[in-house]
Design a protein around this ligand. Sequence first.
Ligand SMILES: Cc1cc2nc3c(=O)[nH]c(=O)nc-3n(C[C@H](O)[C@H](O)[C@H](O)COP(=O)(O)O)c2cc1C
Length: 310
Amino acid sequence: MESTDPPGKTFNEREGSFLPFTLQISGTMSMSHKNMKILVIMGSPRKGNTTRIVEEIGNEMKKLGDVEISTINIRDIHLEQCRGCHVCFFKGEDSCPLKDDRPIIEEQLLHADGVIFASPNYVSSVPALFKNFIDRFAYAGHRPRFFHQRAMAIVTSAGPGGLSDAQHYISASLGAFGFRFVHTAGFLQPPFPIPESWQKDNQEKVRAAARIFFSACGASRLPAPTLREVMGFRIMQILLRKVMGTSLEKYYPSDCLYWKSHGGLDPGSYYFTGENVGIGKKITIRVLEPVIRWQINRILAGAISASEGR
Ligand SMILES: Cc1cc2nc3c(=O)[nH]c(=O)nc-3n(C[C@H](O)[C@H](O)[C@H](O)COP(=O)(O)O)c2cc1C
């Protein structure tokens, strides 16, 4: 463990600053976007390959414009283990019994122009440390919110086995929270020296990732939600509309309120950032929707009966 920070302390207690974990990178302006704020969520339990690759990407981004990069090393922050109480789903995240840095991290995420989620591949997924980070924000899967944050997944791995699974896990799970994934990249980086050809390949991927992410974070237009994300939105919309007024509504007060106040329950809406859902995705959803409705009706009928004790 490389952290020198006292365990159990919040950012506020550490003089209200991210300084112990912050890497400030700035350079010359070459785009209209002034001082781009990039947040790195580092999911490795150690300062190793993943940290180095992300630092290289940061240095490349610095060459492209005025970029400020802050890093949250999950291993260094006070983030308790999710206890599975479901309170964040049912009553809202403010009622979570765990009192730690989670709310302040959400603020940091919401204030970033772009978020780089970086992780080693651990058995086709992410380390438990990073998995817990994602679990602690699981309420955002019910009530998505990070629509203005462009995101990128960076994964390092000893070999190709499970690398794309880990990349996909990060972009699919966090994409459901609203993050607009514009790129994911996998790097072959075993814990021993690698041949020159691999190094060259990694360097090219570093430069490509920096270029793509810099331009996405500087663009004014929001990236469109994926078909999977639009589908997830419609499923939740149908589910909540059906649940309202039934005995199951008491399990979803926060979701119902959130979706209502964000216009998500309007049957004509396809995503929270509605206007950028293309016609192709809308038609696909319309074609698949009868099957989805049938499935939801079937599941809900049983769940409503069970919750009414019938
Ligand atoms: C517990 C553990 C599980 C791992 N699982 C895999 C794996 O399934 N496939 C793989 O190719 N590499 C695997 N690796 C290797 C790491 O993904 C790889 O060396 C990575 O670059 C380490 O990143 P780090 O230096 O930032 O910790 C594993 C390493 C550890 C410690």
